[in-house]
Each structure stands twice: as structure tokens, then as C-alpha cells.
Design a protein around this ligand. Structure first.
Ligand code: THU
Length: 124
């Protein structure tokens, strides 16, 4: 699927972002073998319970039975939403080194592999 199409889906999802504390809206679009899964960041008054858009998308997909992923686009209109360390570790649980991550704010587009974002990741 083309980046422009992924961005279109991400822009539709961004309206669901729940970020009253940071006001930093993020959406993620994840391509799995059997479908496309979206996620947004969901914040909490206790701050630490906040979950990022990337993990919401991955957990939604895994809980639907999906295990094979090829690509994720992460979008924010508020800045470049480089995935945090926790999200990179969760990606590493399910995705291979060649999993692609596109990060964009709709002006800049950067593309990475998971191997670049999370080298020497921990797995059992
Ligand atoms: N956030 C994400 O959802 N994904 C990222 O890649 C970067 C950060 C969220 C977490 C929090 O709700 C807000 O952005 C500010 O950190």
C-alpha cells in the first residue's frame, strides 16, 4: 500500500487521539497479513498510564489474531512522532528486522527499518 494511502487513513484516525494533557496527537496505521489496523495515543490523568498510538495498533492487531506485520506509518500533525523505546521493544516482539516504519508530520517523511530503530533488541 502506498504511503499516500496510509497517510490518508492516519489522518482520518488522528481525530480519535485522546491527548488532553500533551495535546500531541498521534495516529499509527499498521499493515498486517490479514488487515490494516489503526491506533491513536490514549492519555490518562495519571500520565504514566498513557499508551502510544503504535502500541494501540499492535495490541489491537494481535488481539484480533494477527501476527505478521510488514509496515507501519506513524503520523502527527504536531511534530515528528519518532516511536518511543517502549514501542520499539513491542515492535521487536512481533516484527522482523526488515519491518518498515514511516514517520511523518505530513511535511517530512522518514523511513526506517526496525533493525535501524532497535538494534540488538531483547528476545527470549
Ligand atoms: N506518542 C505516541 O503516541 N507515539 C509516538 O511515537 C510519540 C509519542 C504520544 C504519547 C503521548 O500521548 C504524547 O504522544 C506525548 O508524548
Amino acid at each position: 500500500m502506498k504511503t499516500t494511502e496510509l497517510l490518508r487513513i492516519a489522518k482520518e484516525a488522528i481525530n480519535k487521539s485522546y491527548c488532553p494533557y500533551s495535546n500531541f496527537h498521534v495516529s499509527a496505521v499498521l499493515i498486517g497479513e490479514n488487515g490494516i489496523y489503526t491506533g491513536v495515543n490514549v492519555e490518562n490523568a495519571s500520565y504514566g498510564l498513557t499508551i502510544c498510538a503504535e502500541r494501540v495498533a499492535i495490541f489491537k492487531a494481535v488481539s484480533e489474531g494477527e501476527r505478521n506485520f510488514s509496515k507501519m506509518l506513524v503520523y502527527s500533525p504536531d511534530g515528528m512522532p519518532y516511536p518511543c523505546g517502549a514501542c520499539r521493544q513491542v515492535m521487536a516482539e512481533f516484527c522482523s528486522e526488515d519491518f518498515e516504519v514511516i514517520v511523518t508530520n505530513d511535511q517530512e517523511f522518514e523511513q526506517f527499518t526496525l533493525g535501524e530503530l532497535m538494534p540488538f533488541n531483547f528476545k527470549l
